[in-house]
Design a protein around this ligand. Structure first.
Ligand code: ZN
Length: 158
């Protein structure tokens, strides 16, 4: 999404409204370079998108489910609903970009990984909580290994 004023690709979403009738989302964006605000309209083909679950069954894509799982993971953490909405939007965009042409399916594991990446940026505890539910660690040592790896990752960043 290019800024109509300066052409920069860097912008942030400042407001989103879903239009249920047309299945489109209207977003107010702000250019991070020049500060100009502009509007974009996006349509996501939610109806036809299927999510392939771990057991091989298929379900229609529902962003509310993603939102609920993030709310569960961020409970009592300093994460606002606005941040959660931003994550869901980011996931929707990533899915829209990942689903190309006739391929109207996406594995739930791909979506789970996307959510984990987003949570990792915002809250370490929420990230681990989400991973604990979503990765379904088979035993304690697998879970401990996961946390150790994460600690090392954080240590490298500092
Ligand atoms: Zn601009």
């Amino acid at each position: 999404m290019r800024c109509p004023n300066c052409g920069s690709h860097d912008n942030k979403v400042v407001d989103s409204r879903t239009n249920d009738n047309s299945n489109s989302i209207r977003r107010r964006r702000e250019c991070l370079k020049c500060g100009k605000r502009f509007t974009s309209y996006e349509t996501i083909e939610r109806v036809s998108l299927l999510v392939i679950k771990r057991d091989g069954s298929r379900q229609s894509f529902d962003s509310q489910k993603i939102k609920n799982s993030i709310i569960a993971a961020t409970g009592k953490r300093p994460v606002s609903m606005k941040q959660i909405d931003n994550i869901v939007e980011s996931i929707e965009m990533q899915i829209a970009n990942a689903v190309i042409g006739d391929q109207q399916e996406i594995a739930s594991s791909v979506i789970g990984d996307m959510v984990m990446e987003e949570l990792k940026k915002i809250d370490e505890v929420a990230y681990i909580r989400f991973a604990a539910v979503y990765r379904q660690f088979k035993d304690v040592s697998t879970f401990v290994d996961f946390i150790k790896n994460f600690e090392e990752e954080i240590a490298k960043k500092i």
